[in-house]
Design a protein around this ligand. Sequence first.
Ligand code: URA
Length: 432
Amino acid sequence: MTPAFDAPTVIRTKRDGGVLSDDAIDWVIDGYTHGRVHDAQMSALLMAIFLRGMTGAEISRWTSAMIASGARFDFGDLRRDGKPLRLVDKHSTGGVGDKITIPLVPVVMACGGAVPQAAGRGLGHTGGTLDKLESIAGFTAELSGDRIRGQLQDIGAAIFAAGDLAPADRKIYALRDVTGTTESLPLIASSVMSKKLAEGADALVLDTKVGRGAFLKTLPESYELARTMVALGEAHGVATRALLTDMNVPLGLAIGNAVEVAESIDVLAGGGPEDVVELTLALAREMLDAAGIDGRDPADTLADGSAMDCFRALVAAQGGDLSQPLPEGAHSETVVAPRGGTMGDIDAMAVGLAVWRLGAGRSAPGAQVQFGAGLRMHRRPGDPVAAGDTLFTLYTDTPERFGPALAELDGGWSVGDDAPEIHPLIIDRIES
Ligand code: URA
């Protein structure tokens, strides 16, 4: 039987600025999931989408086709104290130093929410929650549906590789990572929402990043992304809202894999950088509100150690051993201040690319990341600096990476006489 579609025609339609029909989208997503459409063909189609965009109707169908490529969880029968579990999640559109999931999930657990979090690996210059958490000895994100269900019931959270959920996204995500097709509104919206709508949460909060270190750099694009994702969520019956947050400067002081886990543990211990704490608490409040949970103040869970207890329970449930030291790159290099003054702007993209060059991300699908690769910032924009102060420490297991990493960082920071402009972290909030 002749297939109804063929990949070259679908690619040419989009390449030439046409609109893909629902059937063409269903065919190409199903074909790619099952290996009938090849990586080279999907790469070409992704690049055509990147360049030509998609209509709202195409984004919606592409998302539905990715959801239909796999399983869809339903945890609606789970109960705590005789009442249905309040299942709520958040997802970020990708940033530099964005470790927020790691402290956030335990905070929400401690406040009475249940979080079924399908998380991702690094994408382009941004880090991935799974790559970070897997730097904890023994930690596994490959959880079966039954294990996720059991963890939600027993401790109130699971952080897992999407696995059987939206497998089309898993393949496309890995391809986008290495084909220069990450920074595309339709591809980000459908990637985020296919996983999130398949994972069985009742409510969802989207952290939509804006600025140099985000995939979408401008406010108008980011508003459109946030509104597109909120509309997709609501259309699928999930109470969805978004925060727009600044991603011009890295979040926190640690960027990489294990270094971000260490910083998250500082936050859970009641310390940590102010911006990480602020965003964690803002997202926690949104999640609790979206899920209709009216109880504890999330800040109390950081102060009294209950969020840390939840984190320990979550890590232990997923095989992690926090008594083992977190890995740190075998080699380090510092950047020192050439003069005194005030720390100027720090470009999140320059830092993200430097960390990627150090080995924290991938340049080939499925490549192993270095858990110990990363960077610590010793100053935030606006901090006083003396000549010779250490501004950055870089870590890697492969010292030949320092040259390229330092070249990425070069020009991405400054020390001057004047205080730089400091952007507010939380820019806006979008609800349907
Ligand atoms: N997170 C995702 O899951 N997908 C993207 O495309 C970007 C961030």
